[in-house]
Design a protein around this ligand. Sequence first.
Ligand SMILES: C[S@@+](CC[C@H](N)C(=O)[O-])C[C@H]1O[C@@H](n2cnc3c(N)ncnc32)[C@H](O)[C@@H]1O
Length: 211
Amino acid sequence: MTHSTTHFDRVAADWDSEPRRVVLMRSIAEKIVRVVPLDREMDLLDYGCGTGLLGLFLLPYVGTVTGADNSPGMLAELQRKIAAGGVERIRAIQLDLERDPVPCARYHLIVSGMALHHIADTDTVLRAFHTLLHPGGMLCLADLDTEPGIFHPAEMDSVVHHHGFDRAEIKRKLLSSGFSELTDATAIRFFKPVAGRQDYEFSVFLITGRI
Ligand SMILES: C[S@@+](CC[C@H](N)C(=O)[O-])C[C@H]1O[C@@H](n2cnc3c(N)ncnc32)[C@H](O)[C@@H]1O
């Protein structure tokens, strides 16, 4: 089990009780709905899905949602929601594209919200996203713009591999992984209390690409 899995397993049960997280994922979903042509024939992969917030917001617009995460605890929360709500067309799978072989399934759309900065080897995962898409499929990456390393508390250091990202750098990586038609936009800006400082304004990008 990785450090990351242990941390997210521990916080899974309380994840959705922080309203900021729900607002953030709803804003990202709304931005995706505005900029990506969605339809009910699409199979969507939500990578680093956590408790499934982003995938569940997008479920009404697509055919199926697969929520993938490497944390059994987070996936158990998504599974609990699926069972409790009788939610159909969504499933939860354990997957770590840094380490696991790329599955055989293919998707029309891959979304990932606030997961990439927890992934050390982003190149491997971006290449796997390319493999997992049908021809013409789209990728939507939402994550923090470069920040001064204050978004997470110090006790999360072992599971934070990037202090946000430079958009141009991510787009260069996507180009070299085979993506084209790259776009970037700001999905949301928000203030968050930060230890020992006044609230700090963070921003989250939405980068899209097509294969
Ligand atoms: C900040 S949470 C975001 C969860 C969800 N997208 C949301 O915003 O509610 C990051 C998620 O990425 C997952 N994660 C971290 N590293 C991963 C990896 N290598 N493969 C799959 N999931 C990973 C964590 O388990 C966690 O659920």
